[in-house]
Design a protein around this ligand. Sequence first.
Ligand SMILES: *Cc1c(COP(=O)(O)O)cnc(C)c1O
Length: 379
Amino acid sequence: MTEPRDLLRRTAEIAADYLESLEERPVFPRTSPDELREALGGPLPEEPLDPAEVVGELAEAAEPGVVAIGSGRYFGFVIGGALPAALAADWLTSAWDQNAGLYVGGPSASVVEQVTRDWLLDLLGLPGESSIGFVTGTQMAHVTGLAAARFHVLDGVGWDVNREGLTGAPPIRVLVGEKRHVTIDRALRFLGLGAPTTVAADEQGRMKPEALREALREGPTIVCAQAGEVNTGAFDPLPQIADACEEFGGWLHVDGAFGIWAAVSPRLRHLVAGLERADSWTTDAHKWLNVPYDSGIVLCAHPESHRIAMTVSASYLIQDEGARRVRDQVDWVPEFSRRARGFPIYAALRSLGRSGLVDLVERCCGAASRFAEAIAELE
Ligand SMILES: *Cc1c(COP(=O)(O)O)cnc(C)c1O
């Protein structure tokens, strides 16, 4: 049997060879599902195999079906590659194999999340007391943020959804832009909130604030706005939306899967003016921050509601100051056992630094503008 050190060295070589091939290889693989089944399939071996053999064969069989997402020539969707520091920290995360649900499952995994929270709130200009949860992607970040919203708006009318459920509860009105991302609808379905009421959007997909105003009523309300429409890049007008939510007492949830990162750039920050007035925010680290999959983040301006919506502990209250310093991640996300996702995010932020992150965002937008201009010239 190959020793672990040798196995990891050999695997690192395979991974490095792959990364070096990114500039040359076709972006989308030239293979078929049948070819891949042929290469990867066959019966499960009866006997154990040497790990180096397993990994070597896997790499050979799977690589022809790998999309070069990390290549500079990949322009699909709004998805990112992997910064070297984030990739390496992700390997360490696997080697350490912490159970990041509880402080006792990995104290450093817990603390690194708190540190990353402080950095993110500072970078994004969000209220300093906001809470954080590290999840698989914006999809589950929506589930978490909207669960906090559901608890909070019902609590506001004296209904404890944790105890009483939704049967017989005062109805919650959920208002979403016509061009919201599909993950919002699925999160609402998971939470038993049904199909939302849609608010008209303009030709760029921006929610129309006057239409929102007309749809708003008193009573438990959640409004889902968007910072970055996935097809156009447009931002909902957050100042007017926040005004309307404040007036009617609605919870404002912002889907910032990729667009929230505009907040770090002095040149682009105007797009997310009013962002800090929302009640919950979601984003991905695996998109613009270039952290390996899977990595989503939820932030919430109401830590109590966030925790009550997610906690597994019998007591709803954040205990004393001593207990507060020990953060069990399980209290802030839907998962129980999970991967220590804080490490690669921490590494990504440190390796970029503030200026590197600003540069990343501005350079990417600059390149997108050049694309747009070149396409316009073709017409
Ligand atoms: C990608 C995206 C999502 C979903 O994020 P996942 O990480 O895939 O769960 C939601 N909203 C917007 C605007 C997105 O771009």
